[in-house]
Design a protein around this ligand. Structure first.
Ligand SMILES: [Zn+2]
Length: 240
């Protein structure tokens, strides 16, 4: 297996802190700030939108594509696919895919909401033309450690949970150093909005807003200083 020092910065684009809130400050405030930061740093990232957010915020979905980022799929309405019947799951995925592909034909990466992707969804994704599934995690059973093939699909685990990227820098730096490449990071637009007064659990609130943006900027600088190449999920699939 190749790879070398490669990392993916990705964002699951959804309503604020689902299923606890239904507000969309992340879309209105967080996502534009993220796009500005990535443009300033010349980083291409992967944005996995729910079909719902892509339909409600066409200007943002268009901006993601126009600025050279990858547009991927995060379900239709942030549903748990492991709780759906297959026919319903398929119907929802088809609908989300059609919405996303109205912005670009090149929608090939998927991440299941809550990282809950039943195994039977893999052939459904392949049939719809997906090439990458990034719904597993190194830190969650069955503890998938490295990318692997499942038929047509490359299955790429995420490396750490999103709130790690909001820990004080010294603490998260220790965690990053221990992560083998490819490092796959993910977070959400709502983490870049001040959620300190939202009635949600602590891990959805601490260091959100400006602080989270500063920490992401620091992570990007640190990856580059270590010689990491920053790729999209689709670009990562080309390496395997
Ligand atoms: Zn999500």
């Amino acid at each position: 297996m190749p790879a070398g020092k490669v990392a993916v910065i990705s964002f699951d684009v959804e309503q604020d802190c689902p299923p606890y809130l239904s507000t969309t400050k992340g879309m209105e405030e967080g996502l534009p700030r993220l796009l500005d930061l990535l443009a300033e740093k010349h980083v291409k990232a992967t944005f996995l939108f729910t079909g719902d957010m892509a339909r409600r915020y066409p200007g943002l979905a268009r901006r993601v594509v126009e600025e050279g980022h990858e547009l991927g799929c995060h379900g239709l309405t942030h549903e748990r696919f492991d709780k759906l019947q297959r026919a319903e799951a398929e119907r929802r995925l088809e609908k989300a895919t059609a919405i996303l592909r109205s912005y670009t034909d090149n929608v090939v990466s998927f991440r299941a909401p809550n990282l809950q992707r039943p195994r039977w969804l893999l052939p459904v994704l392949a049939k719809l033309g997906y090439q990458v599934d990034s719904s597993s995690a190194r830190y969650k059973p069955p503890f998938t450690r490295r990318p692997g093939r499942a038929g047509e699909l490359l299955v790429v685990p995420v490396s750490v949970t999103s709130s790690v990227l909001r820990l004080p820098w010294r603490l998260q730096a220790i965690i990053h150093r221990r992560l083998a490449p490819p490092r796959v990071y993910f977070s959400h637009p709502w983490e870049y909005v001040d959620m300190s007064r939202a009635g949600v659990r602590l891990d959805c609130r601490f260091n959100t807003g400006e602080k989270a943006l500063e920490l992401l900027s620091r992570l990007i600088d640190s990856l580059r200083a270590e010689g990491y190449r920053l790729l999209t999920l689709a670009e990562l699939a080309d390496l395997y």
